[in-house]
Write a protein that binds this ligand. Structure first.
Ligand SMILES: *Cc1c(COP(=O)(O)O)cnc(C)c1O
Length: 487
């Protein structure tokens, strides 16, 4: 069958993929903006114009259509003026490895589906565990930090309920402690795990939004005094907005004293594991019981690439289920499915494996360091600018700020934040994010591109200034008009 990838279609496969890659290379050569600037209405119309029940158009035409419909309007994370969210440009060996995955289509669940993949994934997990500082340890690749956090907290829940006679009465008493800056996936995980709606307790934090060990101890004591059970403490190593790290060693001390399970969410900060200059920011992570790492954030890996790593391999046991058709109890084969929430699962580990072989860990760490240095330089630049106001400091690579020239009151500066973001997005020339910090709106840059220069970022900030000025002058100008100002 000509449609299927098989020995009979090897040549057709090569032609199809080569043509697709050539077309993409052409896009890369000519793309200068992170986004086309098309409106939601325009994009919806383009998609609606395609009739999925219409006559088939054949593979070359379908791929041509994808190029014009999807690729042309994609958001490009590698363009230096993309500075919105935690998306990184990707390293070439990983992109090539992704092509291997697309064709071989492995599933790392049972050994008989993925023999070599099983050992490669285990080697990459072991490498990560060693970088964390776990002697031994184990883990599993997941779809992302959200799933890694869910699994970490699932293991913590099962640990808290182990040996409990009546799960039903203990479950509503379980509490998870985190800072207000922790990722929203912690709250989602609590919901999915059947905890009570008020299970996530936000402990007081310092001026940078980091857990305060003294306040954490008080919070844990109050939970126990109320007859509740601290199921886990979630420390964040790299908060999504501020890019700050909870003080892991002191938090580990408090957890050790209380007996609480420490989960470190290093979805963002995991790049420090290979940093030649800043690994010390993660000191104490080796005392966590479970750790989330997102290689698709700070290891320059394509989506998806994430892992949950545990200090004690036995802690993964609660997710092991056995089926006669897949991984029976008496199977002596090393089945990765025994460690995962998923069954069919991508072999994402191959991308990091290939990257480590091709570039080495030091190179990746140096690349992450480059963006941290860039963020420091941008902080200094914003601090000295008369129209921009820096909001807080970072330990990683975010920049929080507002456009607020002298004379612009706080309320107006806050109102400008979403308008400026929309103006830039509408122009397609630069993408920035927005968030709320300490109750006030602010713009956010997330810098993850080691190819981006200070000049590139200053260019983005100049677009922010132009949009902001147009909005202030036009008073109630719509963002569309400000978009014209930055075109
Ligand atoms: C991004 C992020 C997550 C979620 O990870 P996904 O890969 O997007 O699911 C969790 N925690 C933190 C701190 C993050 O920044």
């Amino acid at each position: 069958m000509r449609e299927l990838l098989s020995s009979a279609t090897a040549e057709h496969y090569a032609d199809t993929v080569h043509a697709t890659v050539e077309r993409l290379a052409g896009r890369l050569r000519t793309t200068t903006q992170p986004f086309s600037g098309a409106t939601p209405e325009q994009l919806r119309r383009l998609v609606d114009a395609v009739d999925l029940d219409g006559p088939a158009i054949g593979t070359p035409a379908a791929l041509q259509e994808v190029d014009e419909l999807v690729t042309a309007h994609s958001v490009w994370f590698h363009v230096p003026t993309y500075a919105a969210h935690l998306n990184c440009p990707v390293v070439l060996p990983a992109v090539a490895a992704e092509a291997v995955l697309a064709a071989v289509n492995p599933s790392v669940d049972t050994y008989d589906q993925s023999g070599i993949g099983t050992f490669v994934e285990r080697a990459v997990v072991d490498w990560t565990a060693r970088r964390i500082g776990f002697a031994g340890g184990d883990g599993i690749f997941t779809s992302g930090g959200t799933q890694s956090n869910l699994q970490g907290l699932l293991l913590a829940r099962e640990h808290a309920l182990a040996g409990v006679a009546d799960r039903g009465t203990t479950l509503p008493r379980l509490r998870v402690v985190a800072s207000a800056s922790s990722h929203f996936s912690v709250q989602k995980a609590a919901l999915l795990l059947g905890l009570s709606p008020d299970a996530v307790v936000l402990a007081p934090s310092d001026a940078l939004g980091r857990l305060r060990p003294d306040a954490l101890a008080t919070t844990l004591a109050a939970i126990r005094a109320a007859g509740h059970v601290p199921m886990a403490v979630v420390a964040t190593a790299g908060t999504t907005d501020r890019g700050c790290l909870d003080p892991l060693a002191s938090v580990a001390d408090v957890c050790a004293h209380d007996g609480a399970w420490l989960h470190v969410d290093a979805a963002y900060g995991c790049g420090l594991l290979v940093s030649p200059t800043r690994r010390h920011l993660l000191d104490g992570i080796e005392r966590a019981r479970s750790v989330t790492v997102d290689f698709h954030k700070s290891f320059f890996q394509p989506v998806s690439s994430s892992a949950l790593v545990v200090r004690d391999a036995a802690d993964l046991a609660p997710v092991a289920w056995h089926a006669d058709y897949l991984n029976p109890h008496d199977s002596d084969e090393p089945n990765q499915v025994d460690k995962s929430l998923q069954t069919t699962r991508r072999f994402d580990a191959l991308k990091l494996w290939t990257t480590l072989r091709a570039l080495g860990a030091d190179r990746l760490g140096a690349m992450f360091d480059t963006v941290l240095d860039l963020a420091a330089a941008v902080h200094r630049w914003v601090e000295e600018d008369g129209d921009l106001v820096l909001v807080g400091r970072t330990q990683l690579s975010t920049v929080l700020f507002r456009y607020q020239p002298p004379g612009v009151p706080d309320a107006q500066a806050d109102a400008l934040v979403p308008q400026i973001r929309s103006a830039l997005f509408g122009s397609g020339r630069a993408l920035v994010a927005k968030t709320v910090v300490d109750g006030r709106a602010c713009l956010k840059l997330t810098l993850l591109n080691p190819g981006t220069t200070l000049d590139d970022v200053v260019g983005v900030l100049e677009l922010v200034r132009a949009a902001g000025a147009a909005l202030v002058e036009g008073d109630d100008l719509l963002a569309g008009d400000a978009t014209a100002a930055v075109r």
